[in-house]
Ligand binder design. Structure first.
Ligand code: NAD
Length: 247
């Protein structure tokens, strides 16, 4: 029961990695605020978890919505100990083909939102004497995936912003770490990959482990980083990628 008495916010919590994290933290005794654009799946997850869980419809790219999310969570559960900035969107397009609005939206959801979340929540973590921030970056933030121009840039930004948070707030007893997944079997990836015959097998070949990860495998590392088991870990960007970035 690593999260007994703890309160966590997870963005992008209605699906994939975020939902797996919510289930894990809840199963280990924590209270969970699920935030997502997807109202149907978010409400269903909160209902499945029952007590110590709630859902708020939030666009993470809206700074005012992130302030409201933090205030609502503290009001509902008595404070905030953990922030998991996990919501994200993909986007394929080489630079000349990428509309400026596409670039802006990818950076807004994948990078700006992490800042908005931390800005809103850090005062609440300080009020509890400290806490943990985990950000979902990507293997695409450690190396560059062909054609994922804006996504690569935003995820690399998340990694160095996480380091910045770690050094700025270490003396506040706040840790900040990033998980860097390789390909994971969730809709953000499979909606594109499975639309093209043979592409899944091709991508799986590129991963040394020979397969996509399950969302629970990423959530397990995020939960470790959010827990006191990682009490001396801050400023880390941990690949959870089946060896993808090892070569
Ligand atoms: P997913 O599609 O299952 O979940 C993403 C969730 O984010 C969805 O529920 C979606 O509604 C939500 N979301 C999207 N935009 C939002 C917004 N503006 N406000 C609030 N919620 C929003 O995919 P996932 O794999 O669980 O993705 C989680 C994170 O993992 C993302 O940051 C993604 O970039 C990252 N990631 C995924 C992979 C992969 O292969 N699946 C690899 C590396 C990194």
């Amino acid at each position: 029961m690593r999260f007994g008495g703890k309160v966590a916010i997870v963005t992008g919590g209605a699906s994939g990695i975020g939902a797996a994290f919510a289930r894990r933290v809840h199963a280990e005794g924590g209270a969970v605020m699920v935030a997502d654009l997807d109202v149907g799946r978010g409400q269903a997850l909160a209902a499945e978890l029952g007590e110590r869980a709630a859902f708020r419809p939030v666009d993470v790219a809206d700074p005012a919505a992130m302030e409201t999310l933090a205030a609502d969570t503290a009001a509902a559960f008595g404070g905030i100990d953990i922030l998991y900035n996990n919501a994200g969107i993909g986007c394929y397009g080489l630079t000349p083909d990428l509309a400026i609005e596409q670039w802006r939206r990818v950076v807004a959801v994948n990078l700006d939102a992490v800042f908005y979340g931390c800005r809103a929540v850090i005062p609440h973590l300080k009020a509890r004497g400290g806490g943990a921030i985990v950000n979902t970056a990507s293997a695409s933030g450690l190396h560059a995936d062909y054609g994922f121009t804006a996504y690569n840039a935003a995820k690399a930004g998340v990694i160095n912003y996480t380091r910045s948070l770690a050094i700025d707030h270490a003396r506040d007893n706040i840790r900040a770490n990033a998980v860097c997944p390789g390909p994971v079997d969730t809709p953000i990836l499979t909606s594109g990959v499975d639309a093209i015959p043979g592409l899944r097998a091709e991508w799986e070949q590129v991963v040394p482990a020979g397969r996509f990860a399950r969302p629970e495998e990423i959530a397990a590392v995020a939960a470790f980083l959010a827990s006191d088991d990682a009490s001396a870990v801050t400023g880390a960007a941990i690949p959870v990628d089946g060896g993808l970035t090892a070569h």
